[in-house]
Design a protein around this ligand. Sequence first.
Ligand code: ATP
Length: 442
Amino acid sequence: MNKEQSNEVPGMVDLATIVSLCKRRGFIYQNSEIYGGLGSVWDYGPLGVELKNNLKRLWWKSMVYERNDVEGLDAAILMNHDVWKTSGHVTGFKDLLVDCKSCKKRFRHDLIKSDVCPECKGELTEPKAFNLMFRTFVGSVESDANEIFLRPETAQGIFVNFKNILTSSRRKLPFGVAQIGKAFRNEITTGNFTFRSREFEQMELEYFTYPEESDKWFEYWVNERFNWYTTYGIKNANIRLRKHDKEELAHYAKSCYDVEFLFPMGWSELEGIAHRTDFDLKQHSAVSGKSLSYFDEERKQDIMPHVIEPSGGVDRAFLAFVLDAYREEKVRGEKRVVLGLNKFLAPVKVAVLPLLKKKPEIVAMAKAIYKDLSGNYKVVYDDTASIGKLYRRQDEIGTLYCVTVDVESLEDKKVTVRDRDTMEQKRIPVSDLKSYIDKLVR
Ligand code: ATP
């Protein structure tokens, strides 16, 4: 049985519950569902896009705005064919696959633990290499000369732009370049929801250092990235670091740590932090004939920087944060499902709920509040059920605060603000509401 198909972890919510919640509440849908779907490709719905944007914004804030040593980049998905030849992906970005001679299913050789088919126990073929890059053609002629790839990682866009960024930003070592963007891999072992998708997003930093300082920075980034996940809510029991064995290292890496999360199928990679040495800059310099070295003014010498790369998946982080935040509680004998997401991640910050929708004054007051609070984050208005049901709905999607407008509100010009986690309720004057909520959610 492969690592990703192993038994569910006790104590962790099962994946089926999360898949169902994500679909029902509009976080994630199967791509092209009405046509039977496209395997391992997913669409993020109204709440999913909010959470995903919040996640990316949080990463960007930590990696770019809160530091003074990182610039951003948004490189194109399509790149010159030679980039991938030089990086080693054309020859090296391969998985070894085995086929089952009986049921014809295909498996990644490194993920299966026995020498028979994990599904039907049939005989397996010898492993053969399969390149994971999606191929396409630029222009109207489908020839080898016009072959290009959808990028399988965002990093190469940073390496080939190294000189451009250096010249335009006038940075000195050490400094980093951050990028968030789509990547594509024709994965064979799929399943486990969005964990292994064929189209996904990466959040990558390439941090350029003096060669002799690179080990120190490697250690620094391993800690920094691990702490990022716990700072924004992942429980210590669900996250760990794992150092790669020598045999496991990618062709470009001197050493690597994985930040692993305890997914329902077992401990699996959330983010990799790799010491890429000067592999990429050196290779691109040699093949393109354009030097990507750094001229050190003080030392009066050309230096090929070494690179530390924290590379995380947006989709895997999304899934981990949701799994980690999900909890079921008993409240007055009834089940309450709460998505206890960190306040910066929660897709909806406030829900405005009128208690009596038959009273036009209450509806008018609630709508005015809804309008007033909107503008900087997601606020929703809901009057389609009883208050108990409305609260449960909001708890299940992780809404931080519910504001209810009732008959008394018309008299005292106050509303009730309910906290998602404590369920505590406070009466707040409408005139103070915006600044009160703003302080809590931003
Ligand atoms: P795995 O061993 O799980 O295939 P990897 O080591 O190939 O992952 P990297 O090349 O290090 O992954 O990519 C960096 C990050 O990008 C991963 O930590 C993961 O979060 C994300 N990622 C990689 N492949 C996928 C995928 N198919 N679907 C979703 N996210 C992915």
